[in-house]
Design a protein. Sequence first.
Length: 159
Amino acid sequence: MNISKIYRKRIIPAECILLKDDLIVMQDEEVIITKWNTINPKTTFSHGSSCFFLKDGIKVSKIYRSDNSLLHWYCDIVEYSFDPAENAMTFTDLLADVIVDPDGLTKVVDLDELAEAMEKNLITKEQMTSCLRNLNHLLSLIYRDKFDRLQSRLDTLGL
C-alpha cells in the first residue's frame, strides 16, 4: 500500500476533507506518519505531526505552539479505509479523544459527542464497539507507562 492522499472524515460535524497540504513523511504496513500545519489558524497551536497506527485504530498527534514548544499529545480513536483506485486513506474520527500533557496529565474528552452520535444513529454498533475497545487499549498503554511506545514513532524521526 502506497498512500498518496489522506482524507479526514468527521461524524460531528459531518464532513470529509482532503488533507492536501499534509506531508507524508513515512509509511509502512503498520503506520503512516505526517507533518502538517493547522488548516484554520489557531491561537493555541500552529503545527504538528501525526502517526496513524493502522492496526490499532489510533492516531497520535504531537501538537506544537507557534514557538515550536510542545503543547500536548492528542490521540484520536479512528477507523481507516483504503481506496486503491485513488491511493487514498480515509480516516474517520470516532469522536473519543485523549489529550496527554507534557507533564503526563491525561484527559479523555468528547465522550458526549460519541453518545450523541450513537443516539442519532450517526455511527454503527460496530463503530461504537471498536471505538471503546481502541480507547481502552490506548488508556491501558498510558496508565501502564507505555505511552512512549506510541510517542517514539514520531520522536525517533525528530518530529
